[in-house]
Every structure is written in structure tokens, then in C-alpha cells.
Design a protein around this ligand. Structure first.
Ligand SMILES: Cc1cc2nc3c(=O)[nH]c(=O)nc-3n(C[C@H](O)[C@H](O)[C@H](O)COP(=O)(O)OP(=O)(O)OC[C@H]3O[C@@H](n4cnc5c(N)ncnc54)[C@H](O)[C@@H]3O)c2cc1C
Length: 426
């Protein structure tokens, strides 16, 4: 086992983590930036080698490179203490010691069950975007997108640009709420221009509000979906369905470390400090509010973790508040309609890892009782998917988090047990 030491460890190399790492390193701290993805950029700037990125992404990646922060492809699997992380560096598990941790773990999609959602060809909305960025060929493919919030726009545009036939884009929120949100977005010219550009790129698609998928059908894989638009159902033949019910902050590591939550997000103060001394958090894990807020919060978290005493937080207080207000608008506008919960049938799969159907669950149980009696949430994903669904469907508290957060290969554990303990390095 090797022990490493860094002044600041940043978990997550999306907009928030990149910004935190560059800021802390430029203040002279030794910074380790960890992300399980093969390349930095997070969900929004996920890319293959050589792919072109927007100017603001290139700028941030350059800042990280020039700052001297060390980036490693690695997954944090446990946190035995607030100043110690257990990290899987791709087949080698090491302990990393640090005075300051910045959590920038982003968000995951909220996948709510409906009949047929586990068929091959059905993914999340962002999940389909991630597959596309990973090289999925969609030219000529018939695609339906069903979700909620601004993420539908860039995903529909990317699919259309890649040659897919995006037959329908379904937004579950009512038109009146989205129109009100759009009027407010007019005040931010960047957001407005982006939205118009994306919508224009996917101009051939039929865009519907008050609309969602009722069921997905197929044999070996997806063949068609039945959708509900304003209460009227119809069937569309398609090859791919991207369906989700918005984003939810990713908080497993924060919960393992004992950080307090506010709602579904990590609770932070004006300097992005969590309830646990020595741990800061930034970006979508503290609430879903887009990449611009993530970059700003990362800068504040990186600076305070590096010991600036709150100067950066004071300078950015107004902009930070605007980001939080935008997050609230998102939450209000795209609040889930009850029909997304009631469309669930007893036969629908709830926990695909452990093969537990909705009908096996009594909503009067607690999450723990459900886990003990049905094994829901005990599979490979450890409740990352069904835990979020159970919170939305039954109002259960998120299940207790247990290490490891992800299972490193057995060889890595074997090495962990047999390696001679070597001295700390930085
Ligand atoms: C699936 C998906 C796709 C999206 N696609 C887009 C898009 O195309 N366009 C858009 O505008 N917005 C997209 N979004 C929204 C996007 O999340 C935000 O706008 C923005 O990227 C948030 O930045 P962030 O730094 O807070 O988090 P993220 O960009 O999500 O970065 C968090 C990073 O933390 C890493 N991480 C988490 N836990 C660990 C761990 N234990 N160990 C190591 N690494 C860890 C993850 O691998 C991830 O790279 C997407 C969201 C999701 C969930």
C-alpha cells in the first residue's frame, strides 16, 4: 500500500472540480484532482481524445494544466477519516492524506421506473448524451427524448447534429411554467442564445410539454414507446429512448464523510464549507444550477480550501447568490408532476441489479426494511439508481452509504493486503 499526501484533494474533474483545483494550485498548494472518467471535463465536457470543446472548457483545462495540479484517473471508494481517502487508481488502491477535501462530485440522473425502462435501447437523457460523446453511432436512428429541464436542449441538438432522427422531445413540465422560466432566461443573454441555438438545431423534432413516456415496448430491445401528451396517449416506433426525471445531486461520498445534507444536496455555507471541518463542496453536488455556477463555486471552494480566509467568497457573493436563485427557479419550474410517480405499475422493475419489482414494495416500509426484505438497493450500483427512485416514489430517506462506493478489482484488494506499507509520498 502506498500513502500519498497532498495539501488539497479535489474529487471530480467537472467544471466545479477543475475550477477548484486550478484555483488552489495557483495559490501554491499541492493539489491532487481525482476523477473516475478517463478524461477531465465532467458530464458537460466529457469528450474523446481529439474532440473539440467549447472555448470556456479549453480555458479551464489549460488553467489546470498550467497550475501544476496533478490529475489522476481514479475512483474514491472510501473515506476512513475526513483527512484520508481510499482511492482506486485503476487496479491499485492507495490511501491519500490531505488537510482539505473539495467534493465536486456533480449530479446523477433521476431514473423513475415505468414499464419497459430496463429494455436495451432505453437510457437516461444525459446517459444517451454520454454514449454519443463516447462514440455511439446514431445516424438515421429514430430517437425519443423524455425528461425535464434545460438538459433536453443540448442533448436533442447533439443527437440531431450526429444525424439522428429525434422524433419527439417530451418535457414533463407544463408549457406555462416553461414559458415563464424562458422569459426570465431572456435576462441572461448567454443562456438565451444557447437555448435558441439548440432548439434551432433540433427544429425537425416535435417538442411537447405536459408529456412523458407511459411505457416502452420491445422484444430483445426497444421497438416503440407509448407517450402521453396533455393526457392523450399515442405510440411511436423508435430505436432509442432517453428518459429521465431530471438530475439529483450526487452525495454518496459526502454522506460517507458525515456531511449534512439540505434536501437532496450537500449543505454548504457562503465559503462552500460543509458541516465537516476540512471538507468543502462545489457544483451540482450542492444543488443543480448549471455549469456557470459550478465554475464559480469551484473557485470559491478551491480558494477557501487553500486558505484564503474567505476573500474569494466575499468577492463572488452576489454572483453565487444569483446561481443559487437560478437553481431554485429550475427546481420550481421543473418540479415533477404526480403522473410520473403514478404511471408506475406493480410489474415495473424497481431495482434492476437485484431484480425487485415495484409490486414487491410496501410504501409504508422504511428504506432499511425494504432493503432487508427484498434486497432493493443491495446490488452492484448500491442504490445509486433505485435509491433515488425510492426517495421520489415513497419519500424515503436516502439509504445509508457503505464503503466501498465502487468495487475495485479483486487484484487491487489483494495488492492492498499483501503490499508492504511504504512511506508517505507527495
Ligand atoms: C449524465 C449527465 C450528462 C450531462 N450532460 C450535459 C450536457 O451535455 N450539457 C450540459 O449543459 N449539461 C449536462 N449535464 C449537466 C451537468 O452535470 C452540469 O451542467 C455540470 O457539468 C456540473 O458540473 P459539476 O462539476 O458540478 O459536475 P460534473 O460535471 O458532473 O462532474 C462531477 C465528476 O465527479 C466525478 N466523480 C463523482 N464521484 C466520484 C468518485 N467517488 N471518485 C472519482 N470521481 C468521482 C464524476 O466522474 C464526474 O466527472 C449532464 C448531467 C448528467 C448527470
Amino acid at each position: 500500500m502506498r500513502r500519498r499526501r497532498h495539501d488539497v484533494v479535489v474529487v471530480g474533474a467537472g467544471p466545479a472540480g477543475l475550477s477548484a483545483a486550478a484555483t488552489a494550485a495557483s495559490m501554491g498548494r499541492s493539489v491532487l484532482l481525482l476523477d473516475q472518467a478517463p478524461r477531465p471535463g465532467g458530464q458537460i465536457w466529457r469528450h474523446r481524445a481529439g474532440a473539440s470543446l467549447p472555448a470556456r472548457a479549453r480555458h479551464l483545462l489549460d488553467r489546470v494544466r498550467e497550475s501544476g495540479a496533478v490529475h489522476a484517473v481514479a475512483t474514491v471508494v472510501d473515506a476512513p477519516a475526513p483527512d484520508t481517502l481510499m482511492v482506486d487508481f485503476g487496479g491499485r488502491v492507495d490511501l491519500v492524506h490531505t488537510a482539505a477535501v473539495v467534493l465536486a462530485t456533480g449530479a446523477v440522473e433521476r431514473l423513475l421506473p415505468f414499464p419497459g425502462w430496463t429494455l436495451p435501447g432505453v437510457t437516461g437523457v444525459g446517459g444517451l448524451q454520454a454514449l454519443l460523446k463516447g462514440g455511439l453511432q446514431v445516424r438515421g436512428r429514430r430517437i425519443v427524448l423524455a425528461g425535464t429541464g434545460p438538459l433536453l436542449y443540448p442533448v436533442a441538438a447533439s443527437l440531431a447534429t450526429a444525424g439522428a432522427r429525434v422524433l419527439a422531445v417530451l418535457e414533463q413540465a407544463p408549457f406555462s411554467a416553461v414559458a415563464k422560466f424562458g422569459t426570465r432566461a431572456l435576462r441572461d443573454p448567454h443562456r438565451f442564445v444557447d437555448a435558441v441555438r439548440w432548439r434551432a438545431t433540433a427544429w425537425r423534432s416535435a417538442w411537447h410539454h405536459d408529456a412523458w413516456v407511459v411505457r416502452a415496448e420491445g422484444g430483445e430491445r426497444l421497438e416503440a414507446v407509448t407517450i402521453s401528451v396533455g393526457g392523450r396517449e399515442r405510440r411511436i416506433a423508435c430505436d432509442w429512448l432517453g428518459a429521465a426525471a431530471g438530475l439529483v445531486p450526487r452525495t454518496e461520498l459526502a454522506r460517507l464523510l458525515g456531511c449534512a445534507l439540505e434536501g437532496e444536496a450537500i449543505a454548504v455555507d457562503a465559503t462552500q464549507a460543509t458541516s465537516i471541518p476540512g471538507i468543502w463542496a462545489a457544483g451540482e453536488c450542492t444543488g443543480v444550477k448549471g455549469d456557470a455556477a459550478a465554475v464559480l463555486e469551484g473557485e470559491i471552494a478551491g480558494a477557501t480550501a487553500a486558505g484564503d480566509g474567505g476573500g474569494m467568497a466575499s468577492r463572488h457573493a452576489v454572483a453565487r447568490g444569483q446561481g443559487i436563485a437560478f437553481g431554485r427557479q429550475l427546481a420550481d419550474t421543473f418540479a415533477l408532476q404526480p403522473a410520473l410517480r403514478t404511471r408506475v405499475t406493480p410489474e415495473a422493475m424497481l431495482c434492476r441489479c437485484e431484480d425487485v419489482r415495484v409490486g414487491a414494495i410496501d410504501p409504508a416500509w422504511t428504506a432499511r426494511q425494504a432493503k432487508l426484505w427484498t434486497r432493493v438497493g443491495m446490488g452492484v450500483c448500491q442504490g445509486t439508481v433505485c435509491g433515488v427512485a425510492c426517495t421520489a416514489l415513497y419519500g424515503w430517506e436516502p439509504p445509508q452509504v457503505r464503503p466501498p462506493l465502487a468495487a475495485p478489482p479483486l487484484a487491487a484488494w489483494a495488492r492492498w493486503l499483501t503490499d508492504v506499507d511504504s512511506p508517505t509520498e507527495s
